[in-house]
Design a protein around this ligand. Structure first.
Ligand SMILES: NC(=O)c1ccc[n+]([C@@H]2O[C@H](COP(=O)([O-])OP(=O)(O)OC[C@H]3O[C@@H](n4cnc5c(N)ncnc54)[C@H](O)[C@@H]3O)[C@@H](O)[C@H]2O)c1
Length: 259
């Protein structure tokens, strides 16, 4: 995309600078442990949120926060475009895209099935990429923001989830490349890399006392994260308080990555 001089850039002097009230967001994986916390954090700040997920719980959450749900499989190539169209038709704009939908497959890398590899890449990477393509125009019209949820495994070797880490590494690289290409259009693109968060995705390992203990010994803050710990940082990156930040990845891990 080329530079759009007509975009009114949000600056420190913009009315409501730092605030998010009145804006519109799409949160994919919005029914999940981290996604639902992001939905609630944004809604608390006055954002109208489209909760996008395969899980029909999205309806109840949307009702709770005064947003709306878009239930469907984001790996369907038509779905990202349909989602963005629905949001812009209902609200007239799109300010924030949060790519939080994802899956994890735990297996030795050489043993992963072709189907599981394809599922991982389709949702963790391709769906996020298609959503950016679909959302770029409305986001550029308003000087919007994209936040991708990556992982500490994006830039470190974690046995058992190597293919998952590869999808997150690609999403991290996409974040940086898109930040450069979309910056001139007024769109900021950043990522958050959570440490261990207690959600359905991690329950199988964190419910094992030994595993949990091993993780905790490496977390200087001495506890696992909950979705809210991640959500507040996502809301910060989406807000005008982060108006001069793009192409960054913020670890939100209680210090795990420095130990
Ligand atoms: N939990 C952690 O410790 C952790 C750590 C680092 C990164 N992450 C990342 O955070 C994001 C959220 O993970 P979570 O822990 O909340 O997991 P979760 O399983 O609770 O939530 C994931 C959500 O994505 C949705 N989803 C999956 N496939 C989809 C599809 N095809 N179309 C639409 N929605 C789909 C699921 O229905 C679910 O609601 C993921 O991208 C994950 O990789 C999680």
């Amino acid at each position: 995309m080329t530079s759009n001089p007509d975009v009114t850039r949000r600056t420190a002097d913009s009315p409501g600078s730092g605030g998010l009230a009145g804006r519109t967001a799409v949160v994919t994986g919005g029914s999940g442990g981290i996604g639902s916390a992001i939905v609630r954090a944004l809604a608390r700040q006055g954002v109208t949120v489209a909760v996008a997920d395969t899980d029909e719980q999205a309806e109840a959450l949307a009702c709770e926060v005064g947003g709306f749900a878009v239930v469907g499989d984001l790996t369907d190539p038509e779905m990202p475009g349909r989602l963005v169209d629905q949001v812009t038709e209902r609200t007239g704009s799109l300010d924030i895209l949060v790519n939080a939908a994802g899956i994890q497959v735990r297996t030795a890398a050489v043993d992963i099935s072709a189907e599981d590899w394809d599922r991982l890449v389709s949702i963790n990477l391709t769906a996020a990429y298609r959503l950016v393509q679909a959302a770029a125009k409305p986001l550029a019209a308003i000087g919007g923001s994209i936040v991708n949820i990556v992982s500490l495994s994006a830039d470190r070797a974690v046995p058992g989830i190597v293919p998952y880490g590869a999808t997150k590494a690609a999403l991290l690289q996409l974040t940086k490349g898109l930040a450069v290409e979309l910056g001139p259009s007024g769109i900021r693109v950043n990522a958050v890399a959570p440490g261990y968060v207690t959600t359905a995705m991690t329950a199988a390992v964190l419910d094992q006392p030994d595993f949990r203990e091993r993780v905790l010994t490496r977390v200087p803050l001495g506890r696992l994260a909950d979705g809210g710990d991640i959500a507040d940082v996502v809301a910060f990156l989406a807000s005008d308080a982060a108006r001069y930040m793009t192409g960054t990845v913020l670890p939100v891990d209680g210090g795990y990555s420095i130990t």
